[in-house]
Ligand binder design. Structure first.
Ligand code: NZQ
Ligand code: ZN
Length: 387
């Protein structure tokens, strides 16, 4: 196990009815609130009215940043920064999924920075402060509600990049599972793939002797597998939605990566796909992950065998680690198909055309992967096998 520092300052309010706290929690940080949200689902579900009412009751004034799209854009971030400056906003409140929360994070940090917020992504600058930030999560997926990451796409260059900085932890997040009852089936599935992929990234790594981290990761994976059919069959099954929501947060709130170095190559390869082709992040991950797993299987066969046995309950028989591991990978691919995720690039409209250019861009951004540092050729091979 490696040395680590673990710090997570986000205050969580989890459960039915917790949404109604939103006014009082925001008011603790200030009076003028920027309400950030997406394409309108919160208006359809009534959540918008409920939140505005609670904010007003608490004495807050509300300005809006609306229309944040999935795979959120830098132009929207810039718009949000301008609004905050003009309206002298004191608190940013994100109501939505990862796209809305990530936008709100960079708006909140961008207001406190003199230059362009894209500088945070290129390494030209690092966020040093941000406005207070609260979130009301409506889609279980990214973990952004309790982590220090944000992912934004540059409209002009189609680069989709991530920034990781402790400044970006939300101050509080409200996780009311009832707010996820209306998530449509496709986005429920993409969210589930994403949280599962976050666990994979931190489970398959080269650091020896991480038994507790392994078992934490395995229990999250097994719980996701057990509860996915329930949320898909009955989207209003409270305990199933609550369980999946908590899995999503724990999958990427830095707990399970303590003491190890996650791989994250598949995420880096995926962000390139969803940046260029605007596909849902979870769809790209379901396609790439089994291919990456097969590619690196010979390097850590024991870990893949453990995955097959402990997560998928596949009996060893007289198989080698590698053969057992391969059966676990095949089961993972089959599970993605069963729950309705794509497993081929062509299914989401991606062909050979830009694969080389994308592999080059990913490789150029610096070392990628901890199980195996992937070269441009490795990345291209994985993309091609995913066609
Ligand atoms: O925009 P609206 O109308 O709200 O609709 C959204 C959107 O179309 C809809 N939705 C959300 N909650 C709903 C709902 N529809 C009905 N009822 C509800 N309760 O769902 C659609 C997708 O929303 P989005 O926020 O894009 O999904 P997700 O939470 O999966 O976020 C994906 C983004 O997060 C990034 C991804 O790359 C992608 O850009 N990631 C962020 C991470 C982080 N900050 O830590 C890590 C991840 O690995 C990931 O990269
Ligand atoms: Zn992800």
């Amino acid at each position: 196990m490696r040395n680590f520092e673990y710090w997570n300052p986000t205050r969580l309010f989890f459960g039915r009815g917790e949404t109604d706290r939103v006014g009082q929690e925001c008011r603790k940080y200030g009076e003028r609130v920027l309400l950030a949200y997406g394409g309108g689902s919160i208006k359809k579900t009534g959540l918008y009215d409920r939140i505005v009412r609670r904010l007003q009751e608490a004495g807050c004034s509300v300005t809006e940043l609306s229309g944040i799209q999935p795979n959120p854009r830098l132009s929207k971030v810039r718009e949000g920064v301008e609004i905050c400056r003009r309206e002298k906003v004191e608190v940013v409140l994100a109501v939505g999924g990862g796209s809305v929360i990530d936008t709100a994070k960079i708006v909140a940090a961008g207001v406190c920075y003199d230059g362009d917020p894209w500088d945070f992504f290129t390494g030209k600058s690092v966020p040093e402060r941000k406005l207070p930030l609260g979130t009301v999560l409506t889609l279980a997926a990214t973990g952004s509600e309790m982590n220090r990451n944000a992912v934004i796409t540059n409209d002009e260059t189609q680069e989709k990049l991530v920034v990781k900085n402790p400044v970006l932890f939300p101050d509080f997040s409200i996780l009311d599972p009832e707010n996820t009852f209306t998530v449509p089936k496709d986005h429920t599935v993409y969210g589930i793939v994403d949280m599962m992929a976050h666990v994979f990234e931190q489970y398959f790594h080269p650091v020896p002797e991480t038994p507790l981290q392994d078992r934490l990761a395995e229990s999250i994976m097994k719980t996701i597998i057990e509860y996915t059919p329930r949320v898909l069959e009955n989207p209003k099954d409270y305990d199933a939605r609550a369980t999946i929501m908590w899995c999503g947060t724990l999958a990427l709130n830095h707990l399970i990566e303590a003491g190890l170095t996650g791989d994250w190559a598949t995420h880096r390869m995926e962000l390139e796909l969803s940046g260029v082709y605007d596909i849902p992040h979870g769809a790209g991950l379901a396609i790439l992950f089994p291919q990456w797993m097969e590619y690196v299987l010979p390097l850590i066969p024991k870990k893949f065998a453990q995955f097959a046995e402990r997560v998928w309950d596949i009996p060893r028989g007289n198989r080698s680690d590698e053969d057992l591991g391969r059966a676990g990978i095949e089961r993972t691919r089959q599970w993605f198909r069963e729950i309705g995720a794509p497993t081929r690039l062509r299914e989401v409209g991606i062909g050979e055309e830009r694969l080389e250019e994308m592999a080059e861009r990913v490789a150029k951004r610096g070392p990628i992967g901890s199980v195996k540092v992937l070269t441009k050729e490795d990345i291209l091979t994985i993309y091609r096998r995913s066609l």
